[in-house]
Design a protein around this ligand. Structure first.
Ligand code: AKG
Length: 285
């Protein structure tokens, strides 16, 4: 019998149980090394043309301005994985590049993603795609197994200079860091994580950059409860709820219409991330 991608990428019962128990699943190969190299090249062509590493604002919601990111969030293998957990009707609520250059000292403090996202239920899944190897030496993610079973925990905003999170938010909770699970990935592999899992990552002290693309998925019945107009992209199934304004899909990379749509939509999401801080988004990183 010929195997279709459906046979391969829907999660098995044992994988689903593991995800439910641990709050993450890793590694899963989605792209070949060659395919991952091609994705990384697209990013690096953009960076070379702009004379610098990928900066804000396009680190946030890059799927609105880059066709190759828009295609990646619709990759059927990824959607099959996500469908196994969140069901058949799927929105992409956000995408982010998490890039650490060797020696740049950037890091991610221990946090739960759910803290400032304002989503009505913690049924939110991140697929984190490694576009480069992500290892202990270059700042791979670490996760606290089972911590997604905790409720929303308090966080403090540190606004640390080298923290890649918008507020430098840090969970206020005691746990044994030494027991954290390392999420080491080869280029083209992905990890899945729950919106409540406590996770973070340290600086890149390796030789190569560490490049990750995080895609945030929600089922269509989840809504935004923080009083802002919120946007998402329908990537599978149907949306009978229309809690989110649907985002346009880019017809070309970095076209004027695409850049304008990105500004309009990303500005709203920055309002959410900075709500109540009295601070302006930092576009200089
Ligand atoms: O890339 C990292 O090290 C952390 C990313 C992260 O916090 C996330 O995807 O939720």
């Amino acid at each position: 019998m010929v195997k279709t991608h459906l046979d391969i990428y829907h999660l098995r019962h044992s994988q689903l149980s593991q995800y439910e128990r641990d709050g993450f699943l890793s590694p899963i190969r989605v792209f070949s090394e060659q395919e991952a190299k091609a994705l990384r090249l697209q990013l690096e062509i953009y960076e070379a043309a702009h004379g610098s590493v990928m900066k804000s604002p396009y680190r946030n919601k890059p799927h609105l301005v880059f066709k190759w990111v828009a295609e990646t969030i619709r990759n059927p293998k990824i959607l099959d994985l996500v469908e196994s957990i969140l069901g058949p009707n799927l929105l992409v609520w956000g995408t982010n590049f998490f890039i650490k250059e060797p020696g740049d000292n950037t890091f991610i403090s221990w946090h739960q993603d759910s803290t400032y996202w304002g989503l009505s239920r913690p049924d939110v899944l991140t697929v984190w795609i490694a576009l480069s190897p992500s290892r202990r030496s270059n700042g791979a993610m670490k996760m606290i197994r089972g911590s997604h079973h905790l409720d929303q925990l308090p966080h403090i905003d540190t606004f640390q200079e080298n923290n890649l999170l918008t507020r430098g938010q840090k969970v206020e909770f005691e746990f044994a860091e030494e027991n954290a699970a390392w999420i080491e990935l080869e280029a083209g592999e992905v990890s899945l994580h729950h919106v409540r899992i406590i996770h973070g990552s340290e600086p890149n002290v390796g030789a190569d950059r560490r490049v990750g693309l995080a895609i945030r998925f929600v089922p269509t019945d989840v809504s935004q409860v923080n009083g802002i107009k919120d946007y998402a992209t329908l990537v599978r199934g149907r949306d009978d709820y229309r809690h989110f304004q649907h985002e346009p899909s880019p017809e070309q990379s970095l076209g004027t219409a695409e850049k304008n749509a990105h500004t309009r939509i990303a500005d709203e999401s920055f309002k959410l991330f900075y709500q109540g801080t009295g601070r302006e988004p930092k576009f200089s990183d």
